[in-house]
Design a protein around this ligand. Structure first.
Ligand code: 13P
Ligand code: SF4
Length: 308
C-alpha cells in the first residue's frame, strides 16, 4: 500500500495535521505538515485549528498537545512511544522531592509526564531553557528535572546552582567519548555539535551545543563545513537537506548500544503503517485527566508566553 498517498488523503478528509519530531524516520518527516523540535511542536500544537492532531513523536509530546487542545482529538501512532527521560521521573517520588523543598521554584524539561508538569511552576525545552532560567530572580532556589545533563549544562552556562533530579536520556548517554575522540583524530576538520542531553564530557568537545532545531540553524550558518553530530540520528535527514554541501557524521555510540548510530527506540516505534492506521481508526487517542490537565497547562502556557 502507498501509505504516503493514503495518509495525505486522510489528512485532507479529516482536517488532520501531522506534527513530527526530527527523530522520526524520514518517510514520516516527509508526510508531516510540520517537522520541528519540542518547542516548535508545542507552539504548532497551540496554534493549530485542525480537528485532529496526529503526533509523530513520543507520548509526552502528544500529551502536551492534548493539554493545549482538550477538545481536539490527539493521536499517537503507537502508545509504546515513551521516553527514558520521562520514565526516570515517577510522579510519586518527584512529588515528595518537591514537598521537601517548598521554597523552590520547580522548572521541568518538557520531556516528562503530565503528572510531573502538574507539579511544575514553569516548563522549558532545550531551545529556551537558558532564557526560562534567566527569567527567574537570581536569589530564587530552583529544582530542575528530570534531565541531569541539561541541568548541569544550564548551571554551567548561567552560573546558578539548581537542585537536579537524577534523570537522563538513554540515547544521549549512549555516546562514547573514547570513540568520539578517536573519530575527531581521524577527521580533524570536523566540528562536534551536540544536544545538551549529552554527558558533560561530550559537551566539552562541542563547538556548538543546542536543541535539535538550534543544531540545524547552526549548521546553516556554516553550510560547507564538516560536522560530527551528537544527537539522535534522525536529525540527519532534515539537517542534510538544509546543508547539502556539508559533511555530516553521526557521533559514535558505545559498544553495548544496540544501534551503532544512537537511534531512539521510542521514536522509532512509529511507522508509516501505524501512522496511517491511527489516522484511519482515530486510535490510539491521548487522554489526560481534567485535574492533571488543568494544572499542567499553567507551566506550559508560561513557557509559551516567555518563548514568543
Ligand atoms: P529537542 O527537539 O527539543 O531538541 O529535544 C530532543 C529530544 O530528545 C526530544 O525527545
Ligand atoms: Fe526521550 Fe531521549 Fe528518546 Fe528524546 S531521544 S524521546 S529524550 S529517550
Amino acid at each position: 500500500m502507498d501509505f504516503k498517498e493514503k495518509i495525505k488523503q486522510l489528512k485532507k478528509e479529516k482536517k488532520a495535521v501531522v506534527l513530527a519530531h526530527y527523530y522520526q524516520v524520514p518517510e514520516i518527516q516527509e508526510v508531516a505538515d510540520y517537522v520541528g523540535d519540542s518547542l516548535g511542536l508545542s507552539q504548532k500544537a497551540a496554534e493549530t485549528d485542525a480537528a485532529i492532531i496526529v503526533f509523530a513523536g513520543v507520548h509526552f509530546m502528544a500529551e502536551t498537545a492534548k493539554i493545549l487542545n482538550p477538545s481536539k482529538t490527539v493521536l499517537l501512532p503507537d502508545l509504546e512511544a515513551g521516553c527514558s527521560l520521562a520514565e526516570s521521573c515517577p510522579p510519586e517520588a518527584f512529588g515528595k522531592f518537591v514537598d521537601t523543598h517548598p521554597d523552590h521554584t520547580v522548572v521541568t524539561y518538557v520531556n516528562c509526564s503530565a503528572e510531573i508538569k502538574a507539579l511544575t511552576d514553569i516548563v522549558c525545552t532545550s531551545s529556551n531553557a537558558l532564557k526560562i532560567i534567566a527569567s527567574l530572580p537570581e536569589d530564587r532556589p530552583i529544582i530542575f528535572a528530570p534531565d541531569r545533563n541539561l541541568g548541569r549544562y544550564i548551571m554551567k552556562k548561567t552560573g546558578r546552582t539548581m537542585l537536579l533530579w537524577d534523570g537522563s536520556c538513554v540515547v544521549h548517554e549512549a555516546f562514547s567519548i573514547d570513540k568520539l575522540i578517536a573519530l575527531c583524530k581521524e577527521y580533524p576538520g570536523h566540528k562536534v555539535i551536540a544536544h545538551p542531553e549529552s554527558e558533560e564530557h561530550i559537551l566539552k568537545t562541542a563547538t556548538y551545543v543546542g536543541s535539535t532545531s538550534g543544531m540545524i540553524e547552526y549548521v546553516k550558518t556554516h553550510p560547507t563545513d564538516k560536522f560530527i553530530v551528537a544527537t539522535e540520528a534522525g536529525i540527519l535527514h532534515k539537517m542534510q537537506e538544509a546543508v547539502p554541501m556539508a559533511e555530516l557524521i553521526p557521533a559514535p555510540a558505545k559498544e553495548d548500544n544496540t544501534c551503532a548510530c544512537s537511534e531512539c527506540a521510542y521514536m522509532k516505534v512509529n511507522t508509516m503503517k501505524k501512522l496511517y492506521e491511527c489516522l484511519l481508526n482515530e486510535s490510539p487517542q491521548i487522554e489526560v485527566a481534567k485535574d492533571i490537565r488543568e494544572k499542567a497547562l499553567i507551566p506550559i502556557e508560561r513557557m509559551l508566553e516567555l518563548s514568543k
